[in-house]
Ligand binder design. Structure first.
Ligand SMILES: Cc1cc2nc3c(=O)[nH]c(=O)nc-3n(C[C@H](O)[C@H](O)[C@H](O)COP(=O)(O)OP(=O)(O)OC[C@H]3O[C@@H](n4cnc5c(N)ncnc54)[C@H](O)[C@@H]3O)c2cc1C
Length: 554
């Protein structure tokens, strides 16, 4: 909602563009596409870019004529910046967003916790960045415009689908009329109220949590660093919680919890929102002018599809799952879905893998959603205790945290952490007894190399092998065997330095990977570890990679 007198898209800081529908010949009523994506929200845009990176063209449908309006996602996690980097879009994000590592929790006005998210010199990006979703979509759209492989059609709505064994026919409506597109594959990125999901007769299943929050964005000159503040039981909202985030363009996000049973319509009236926001700002010492940008109400849900794949349709982003915003996981999770689906689908379309590779999409990404649910449920219980019992425990922990270190970590609304695809069919069994390092399914450890670049800078668009101090000739043999399975395979050699070898003179990189001379890691295009060998026969890993790409009968 916007203040009285301002139009739906009249933002204080963002100029919404207006996009025309595609110029097309209305006489053409049927087209063909290899991939169609429904929904150009952030997840659909990233899916299209991740496919384009692999050389796969797509048609991307969006029913609106501009970006999503209002206040939505603001916190983007490190792992998402790696995805944005891989699809060639991260620079704009780094320039505009505010990175942060620190959160502070307050109980009845007293600071009880300052926590720092894990961060070290080997990380290329900060743990978290704040950027309004309007900019997220704008920057992705700019990258789409430059890609040349994405046919983005605004004001174009998917109205019906027909599923066949070899594809999906989508009926599209735009201002010129209706037409059909026969696509080999369909990515449903059409959000929490997904039309594709409904047309398939599928439903999200799960729970609704207690507690509603008003989410208000205000513009103000406010001298506070980019630190996430959580106020428990503040004077401005007694017994409840307030969260405050800084965003670019002097915009501040204020989330405040409503009282149980509070009338939502009354709570959302402009005078009431102004009174609440004014009280919160006074409490944090802001006595200068401020302007209301937008507000809405939110309650936490943990909802997901039972299976994110249905034949030739892959559900990505909010169409597949709706997660609570505590811990900032909705968009971040969706971006990982988009990349996961795209790298696998691109290989299937190019004939470099069988459809079996796509069987791992749902277990991997649904597993990640269930992990988010588990964490978010803990956060939600702490932020908005569901029963009197939970409230007593929560309040006791907060009161103890004023004077006791041991109770302080409870007051940390958990943030997003990357998920390990343990036991996924797109990873190899871990049989070698490594003493450390990332296990198969985990995100590879980033390290800074001797030349000042990061390991992540050297990953290719295919699988990447990382070989530690190999015997003479071993690197070439291994590279050749894996390149036969993946033409985009790239090999990085870490060792004593010299021609084609990244120097690890003090053994720091080998230690991060628990590696010995001859150890080998196979990384997937999404930077997750596919498999690893402590030393010994590379043939085993080659066979495993064949199984990942082609299945057991390969
Ligand atoms: C207040 C709030 C705060 C949030 N904060 C965070 C945060 O800090 N971090 C985070 O990770 N997540 C956050 N989220 C969640 C995040 O906004 C969503 O997870 C994210 O927008 C999902 O992206 P999506 O592309 O899947 O769906 P959407 O953004 O909903 O995009 C779907 C698109 O599909 C289009 N569409 C729908 N139907 C059709 C059709 N039939 N034909 C063509 N197009 C169609 C829609 O117009 C829309 O553009 C927040 C959400 C809210 C509401």
């Amino acid at each position: 909602m916007r203040p009285a007198g301002r139009g739906e898209l009249e933002s204080l800081y963002f100029d919404y563009p207006h996009f025309e529908p595609p110029v097309r010949d209305p006489a053409v009523v049927e087209e063909r596409a290899r991939v169609m994506i429904v929904g150009a929200g952030p997840v659909g845009l990233v899916a299209a870019l991740a496919l384009a990176r692999e050389g796969v063209a797509s048609i991307l449908l969006e029913r609106k004529d501009t970006f999503n309006d209002g206040s939505r996602a603001i916190c983007i996690a490190r792992q998402s910046y790696h995805i944005l980097e891989r699809i060639g879009a991260v620079d704009r994000f780094v320039d505009k967003s505010y990175g942060w590592t620190t959160g502070r929790s307050f109980y009845r006005g007293r600071q009880i916790l300052e926590f720092r998210m894990p961060h070290g010199a080997d990380e290329k990006f900060l743990p978290m960045y704040n950027l309004e979703q309007q900019y997220i979509e704008q920057f992705l759209w700019e990258a789409v415009r430059e890609s040349g492989l994405i046919d983005l059609r605004w004001q174009s709505e998917a109205t019906a689908i027909e599923e066949n064994p070899d594809g999906v026919t989508v009926s599209v409506r735009d201002p010129k009329g209706d037409y059909r597109v026969k696509a080999e594959w369909l990515l449903a990125a059409d959000g929490a109220r997904s039309a594709v999901r409904a047309l398939c007769g599928l439903r999200l299943r799960g729970d609704n949590h207690e507690g509603r929050y008003v989410i208000a964005d205000v513009q103000m000159e406010h001298d506070y660093p980019t630190v996430r503040r959580a106020l428990f039981d503040p004077a401005s909202n007694p017994g409840r919680t307030v969260l405050i985030h800084r965003q670019p363009d002097n915009i501040w996000r204020i989330d405040y919890q409503l009282e149980d049973g509070e009338d939502e319509n009354a709570a959302l009236s402009e005078p009431h929102v102004r009174a609440m926001v004014g009280a919160i700002l006074k409490e944090i010492g802001h006595d200068k002018p401020w302007a209301l940008e937008w507000w809405s109400v939110y309650s936490a849900n943990t909802l997901a599809l039972d299976d994110y794949r249905r034949g030739r349709i892959l559900f990505i982003g909010d169409s597949a799952h709706v997660v609570p915003i505590f811990g900032v996981r909705g968009l971040n999770n969706g971006l990982a879905d988009a990349e996961n689906a795209a790298w696998k689908l691109a290989r299937v379309l190019r004939g470099e893998a069988g459809e079996v590779l796509l069987d791992s999409y749902s277990p991997e990404r649904r597993g990640a959603t269930l992990d988010v649910f588990a964490n978010a449920t803990k956060s939600a219980r702490f932020m908005t205790p569901p029963t009197q019992g939970w409230r007593l425990v929560r309040d006791a922990a907060l009161a103890l945290a004023v004077d006791h270190d041991f109770a302080r970590p409870f007051a940390n609304p958990r943030q997003m952490t990357p998920y390990t695809y343990a036991g996924s069919p797109a990873t190899c069994a871990d049989k070698d007894g490594f003493s450390g390092g990332p296990r198969p399914g985990a995100v590879a450890v980033n390290v800074i190399l001797g030349d000042g670049t990061w390991l992540s800078d050297h990953l290719g668009i295919g699988f990447t092998g990382v070989l530690f101090s190999p015997r003479a000739g071993a690197a070439a043999a291994m590279g050749a065997a894996l390149a036969r399975l993946d033409p985009r395979f790239r090999l990085l050699v870490i060792g004593a330095g010299g021609e084609g070898v990244f120097a690890d003179t003090d053994g720091r990189i080998a230690r991060a990977y628990g590696a010995q001379p001859g150890s080998f890691y196979l990384l997937r295009p999404d930077m997750h570890v596919a498999g690893r060998l402590l030393h010994g026969d590379p043939g085993r890993l080659v066979a495993s990679m064949k199984t990942i790409l082609w299945g057991k009968e390969a």
